[in-house]
Design a protein around this ligand. Structure first.
Ligand code: HEM
Length: 156
């Protein structure tokens, strides 16, 4: 059977989607910092609320879907060669670094969900966190991304 998409192409598309996803996660809390420091109801608040919404809809939502889809496709290729073996053996054969990566990536996805919920609260005028908090939070995805990329490339 012809391959619809090769492994290396899927890996490339996975990395492209991850770049878009992580960049969006780095930018969004910075937008929230601007919103938090702006005059309530003022022009800056309105502009940044719109920018944050667009960033979520145009970049973040599609890129998390694509990063997960290509990632799970790549993961499936680990499993396919020994499909006939008992499930326990298949799970045991998955490299350990992958489970560590999965935990970090689930954390990153949870962080994404948290940011989306906070964005909706900010749009309702609820400012639950300080500007400094959002500036610090914008560093979190970068630290997680460093760990995830090194796990994926060094395969310790
Ligand atoms: C969203 C869930 C994700 C899943 C299910 C997933 C799964 C995978 C799998 C199975 C591979 C193939 C590994 C190999 O055989 O070399 C891979 C490659 C890779 N992933 Fe992910 N991944 C996810 C998210 C991420 C994130 C968030 C990052 C970066 C921040 C990332 C960075 C990479 C890199 C750099 C590679 C290429 C590694 C190499 O070829 O040496 N992944 N991913």
């Amino acid at each position: 059977m012809q391959h619809v998409i090769g492994y290396d192409l899927a890996r490339g598309l996975h990395i492209i989607a991850v770049i878009a996803w992580v960049s969006g996660l780095l930018m969004l809390p910075r937008f929230y910092a601007y919103i938090t420091s702006s005059q309530p109801g003022g022009e800056l608040e309105q502009t940044m609320l719109k920018a944050a919404r667009n960033l979520r809809m145009i970049i973040l939502t599609p890129s998390i879907i694509l990063a997960w889809s290509f990632g799970l496709f790549l993961f499936a290729t680990y499993l396919v060669p020994d499909w006939e073996r008992p499930f326990g053996d298949i799970v045991a054969a998955v490299p350990h670094w992958f489970w560590a990566k999965l935990i970090l990536v689930l954390g990153l996805s949870g962080y994404h969900g948290f940011l989306s919920a906070e964005g909706r609260r900010l749009a309702l005028g609820q400012r639950r966190h300080s500007e400094r908090y959002w500036r610090l939070m914008s560093e979190v995805p970068f630290l997680v991304a460093i760990a995830v990329v090194l796990l994926a490339t060094l395969e310790p």
